[in-house]
Write a protein that binds this ligand. Structure first.
Ligand code: ATP
Length: 352
């Protein structure tokens, strides 16, 4: 079949997957572009691993079609696909050395011993594993095993690599380093990466596009920026970022809330508005414009700033990101009331 380079590498069309009566994936339509780094993200049980396993050929769709490079793959078994899968506990061959594990795929393809050793060494070097080639797998740390698994999958230079939470067993510092390794490799090699994770920081740090899944369906697809600043639904707004949601009927730029009328930049009608925590200002005195009163609950250090938690009189939780100096100046105590305010043009109106 003719397959122009501009057509997506992968097309899911109305893909449905049921386990008995349980529907894990519903009417999934998804295009994966050639050479992109796509992250599938969502809470536990949302169907992201099932979606990836269908792409790898480890599960067959109950209905619908999956094409790779224009070819319908529904009935093509995993070993007839060029879609290696790397996952957290990838079973490396324990009876083979590190380099023998990495060489394995090349051996299966009949590559000469000299060439496969050279190619495997290049990959061990890239994965900072030079010097470990003769170790047994059980003599490696979890992080080292994971890098062997990546080297083993990439040594055959596949068109697409599938990754299922590959970094979840690694120490935090190694995760950051491996994120850098993975994104650099992906761009250098031009391989399409499909990466399943429940970690927002991982997905947003690495992916060109992120797919947010919930209850077996796609909630939103977009760049990290689009999803972070423009969540389409309450589900996405609650799952990503640190968002506050304001809901109520809007008339002539004023939303009626349990706290009274609040100015908003939104058309008339019932609306849900997202105010990101990093766009909320905390003050003791009432500011001009959009603001509400809330009691301080607690604070949490979060790398880029401090997240302060508040509760409004009607029981809604609000989050505001503040700097260390600002927190020291405010010196909040539990139960104290503050004003939370924001620039109403810096908010986002959700579609649904
Ligand atoms: N082989 C199976 N038999 C029965 N149910 C299954 C099977 N595989 C998955 N499921 C169910 O399908 C749903 C989706 O599972 P899936 O593994 O795709 O979720 P996930 O989003 O990857 O979650 P997690 O992050 O926890 O791995 C879950 O409720 C799961 O229990």
């Amino acid at each position: 079949m003719f397959d122009a380079p501009s057509t997506p590498l992968v097309q899911f069309r109305s893909v449905h997957k049921a386990f008995g009566t349980y529907v894990a994936v519903k009417s999934l339509d998804l295009d994966i572009r050639r050479g992109e780094f796509l992250a599938l993200m969502g809470p536990s049980g949302c169907g992201k691993t099932t979606t990836l396993r269908m792409l790898a050929g480890l599960e067959a769709p109950t209905s619908g079609s999956i094409t790779i490079g224009g070819r319908v793959m529904n009935d093509v078994p995993p070993h007839r696909r060029d879609t290696p899968l790397v996952w957290q506990s990838l079973a490396l061959f324990p009876f083979l050395s590190v380099i023998e594990n990495v060489e394995f795929g090349l051996r299966m393809r009949g590559i000469s011993p000299k060439e496969r050793r050279e190619r495997a060494m290049v990959w061990l070097d890239r994965m900072a594993l030079a010097g470990f080639e003769n170790r047994r797998i059980d003599q490696l740390s979890g992080g080292q095993r994971q890098r062997v698994a990546l080297a083993r999958s990439l040594v055959t230079e596949p068109e697409m690599l599938l990754l299922d939470e590959p970094l979840s067993a690694l120490d935090a510092h190694l995760v950051i380093r491996m994120q850098g390794v993975l994104t650099r490799l992906q761009k250098e090699l031009g391989i399409t990466f499909v990466y399943v994770t429940h970690s927002q920081s991982e997905a947003f740090a690495m992916a060109d596009r992120v797919v947010i899944m919930g209850h077996g369906e796609i909630e939103q697809i977009g760049t990290p920026q689009e999803i972070f600043r423009g969540p389409r639904s309450r589900f996405v707004a609650e799952f990503v970022g640190r968002n506050n949601i304001l809901s109520g009927p809007v008339t002539a730029g004023i939303m009626q809330t349990p706290q009274g009328g609040i100015p908003v930049s939104a058309p008339d009608g019932q609306r849900d508005i997202v105010v990101a925590a990093d766009r909320v200002t905390v003050s003791r005195d009432r500011p001009e414009g959009a603001a509400l009163r809330a009691a301080f609950l607690s604070e949490e250090f979060a790398g880029t700033g401090i997240i302060c938690y508040f509760e409004t009189p009607d029981g809604a939780e609000w989050k505001a990101q503040v700097g260390e100096k600002q927190l020291a100046a405010l010196n909040p105590e539990s139960g104290q009331d503050f004003w939370l305010s924001w620039d109403s043009t810096n908010t986002h109106v959700m579609e649904r």
